[in-house]
Design a protein around this ligand. Sequence first.
Ligand SMILES: Nc1ncnc2c1ncn2[C@@H]1O[C@H](COP(=O)(O)OP(=O)(O)O)[C@@H](O)[C@H]1O
Ligand SMILES: [Mg+2]
Length: 271
Amino acid sequence: MGEDELERKLNKKLTEKEEEREKDYDLLKTVEEVFDSFTVRSLYELARRLGIKRIGGVVSSGKEARIYRGINESGRELAIKIYLTFSAEFKKGIYKYVMGDERFENAKATTTKKLMSLWAKKEYSNLKRMYSARVSVPEPIGYKDNIVVMEFIGEEGVRAPLLKEVGESLDDPRSIYDEIAEGLRKMICRASLVHADLSEYNIMVFRGKPVFIDVSQSVLTTHPNSEEFLRKDISNIDRFFNRTYNIEVYGDTLLEELLRCLREEKRGRGQ
Ligand SMILES: Nc1ncnc2c1ncn2[C@@H]1O[C@H](COP(=O)(O)OP(=O)(O)O)[C@@H](O)[C@H]1O
Ligand SMILES: [Mg+2]
């Protein structure tokens, strides 16, 4: 190898290294100032595993979780949901969604951190089950500790609006309602899950279709309160559609149909 070539190679190496550092810096900039070291560590591990190259702006900042936009190596946009705090009241509230769900009720969550991690894992598992049953939800991509990574619903950094935000300007409320009903059929009869926090605030409208989000509290149909949760979900949707649009809703017949599915499942399990 001639000296010129060697130099070129060395230079190239340097440049690549610099680029790497630059990328790391992007990631670092956002995360290190805001998060505790536990979350930073989990985020780095997840970023390495999933090839996340950059973490951008905050998409949403709720009471318990914050959602960031991320970008992976191939330029795909991601939504990164990070659980940050659980108040005593919230902890009390989520207890019933963990107990009674046979997948999680034996888990030991003795600290807030462990409970947040359990909650994130529950969200990821629920997304997986729903996504496999072809329910319209963001594709689950990965999770670690208190962080869930999923498909970003939106385009070029702009998230899609919630059903609540579209409100009266929704193009075709009839077909959105039908698609929500169809989504619930798949969710309950195929994925054996009840959303349990369904409303116009947890449905996004993307490319004219509803997308269900926020599924951490969703429970198996065998959960002792699954019927009660399902009734509430359907009545929330009906109330919103009745109030906002001039269409006929059919939540009552839908509920009957879905309860049959749900009860069949319970009977099958000898409950
Ligand atoms: N996959 C996603 N892609 C884009 N935006 C999302 C995604 N998931 C959630 N969001 C946005 O973040 C907000 C909060 O997410 P959500 O899962 O409902 O958490 P919270 O528990 O804070 O209600 C949503 O209202 C929505 O605006
Ligand atoms: Mg929500």
